[in-house]
Design a protein around this ligand. Structure first.
Ligand SMILES: [Zn+2]
Ligand SMILES: [Zn+2]
Length: 357
């Protein structure tokens, strides 16, 4: 009897060990919209080839396990603190990572970070051919070279306190770069913060919205320290699962920033994500009240505010809630507080409009 129990315990431990030993991919559930594939991307990642702590291959396996579709390794051109031990090679991270990315089905986009003091700050150039020629003391020349290579360029962490302690500032230098079309996108969220003013800029100036990790440490450290199970992600609504299609989508502004519980995007994109994520049905009705079941079959979450006091609800991923509302006019109007096209401008919808015919 005792031996049997020991055998059973050993067998169980072995099974748990086996399950734990096998790397698995967390398949993130985010709906496709409007005929586009929704790709989960991170366009801002560091390795030991600038001031990061990890080797490029680790960035690929992290991305695979976390359910990402595409990444760009964007090491600093101008900042190489490991150069005593690791030779400066701006092309190396992409070259090292590309084969394992291909095997894992991760789209690897060649990128680099142009790293200047403010103004104008830091910029990522994506879809470049060669990083080395982009390295230039003159930031305009650096951006022009990247543009000549066909790069998509975004302004990184415009609200980074180390550079702008009083908050993001659109300076004359940024206007000049914008007028010369030397950048087309901007990080609304970076690492562990997001910038409400920058969401306004994105709307006013038609800049493509990004939410990127800017990770330097192992991703497991970030997730632990920030008590989250997901890095900042840029959702890209792409015609195909290719680098070229992602580039086209970025130029067309078809993205959403997915940061913590928030989604930042153009209003029409938010509305479509909402419609594809949520099913509403009526489960009960009498003269006074209507009871709704609201089901979320995705990993997105929803903060819902109803006009009736005290009836705010949080709808977690892959779950349903019931809510009973008084059967008055406009009773089913919901404000989704975490879906923002501008800061202070959340998505508003009627529950009835979210019912499937
Ligand atoms: Zn930076
Ligand atoms: Zn960076």
């Amino acid at each position: 009897m005792k031996l049997k129990r020991i055998t059973a315990v050993l067998l169980l431990s072995w099974l748990i060990f086996q399950a734990g030993a096998q790397p698995v991919r967390n398949e993130l559930l985010v709906p496709d919209i409007d005929g586009y594939h929704t790709l989960k991307c991170d366009f801002h990642i560091h390795t030991v080839f600038s001031d990061g702590d990890v080797w490029p291959l680790t960035r690929v396996s992290e991305a695979w396990r976390e359910g990402l579709d595409a990444i760009a390794i964007t090491d600093h051109l101008e900042y190489n603190p490991h150069k005593k031990y690791i030779p400066i090679s701006h092309e190396a991270p992409y070259e090292i990572a590309k084969e394992s990315a291909q095997q894992a089905g991760i789209i690897l986009i060649k990128g680099t970070e142009i790293t200047k003091s403010m103004p104008p700050g830091h910029f990522n150039a994506l879809f470049i051919d060669q990083a080395t020629p982009v390295h230039n003391d003159d930031y305009k020349q650096a951006l022009r070279e990247a543009k000549a290579q066909g790069a998509f360029i975004l302004w990184n962490h415009p609200g980074w306190k180390a550079q702008v302690p009083d908050g993001p500032k659109w300076m004359d230098e940024h206007q000049e770069l914008f007028d010369e079309k030397l950048f087309h996108g901007i990080e609304v969220a970076n690492y562990n913060e997001w910038y409400p003013e920058v969401l306004h800029w994105a709307g006013d100036k038609n800049l493509t919205i990004f939410s990127n990790s800017d990770i330097h440490e192992p991703m497991s450290d970030y997730l632990l320290q920030n008590k989250t199970d997901r890095r900042p992600i840029t959702l890209v609504f792409s015609r195909e699962r290719t680098s070229e299609s992602i580039h086209e989508a970025l130029l067309a502004g078809r993205t959403a920033g997915w940061f913590r519980e928030y989604l930042f995007a153009r209003e029409e994109i938010l509305n479509q994500l909402l419609e594809e994520s949520i099913d509403v049905s009526i489960t009960g009705r009498n003269e006074k009240n209507i009871t709704y079941k609201i089901r979320n079959h995705t990993d997105l979450v929803f903060n819902m505010h109803f006009p009736v006091a005290g009836s705010d609800k949080f709808l977690p991923g892959r779950s349903s809630i019931l809510i009973t509302l008084p059967a008055k006019e406009n009773h089913d109007q919901v404000t989704f507080g975490n879906l923002l096209s501008r800061s202070g401008k959340p998505v508003v919808a009627q529950l009835s409009s979210l019912m499937k015919p």
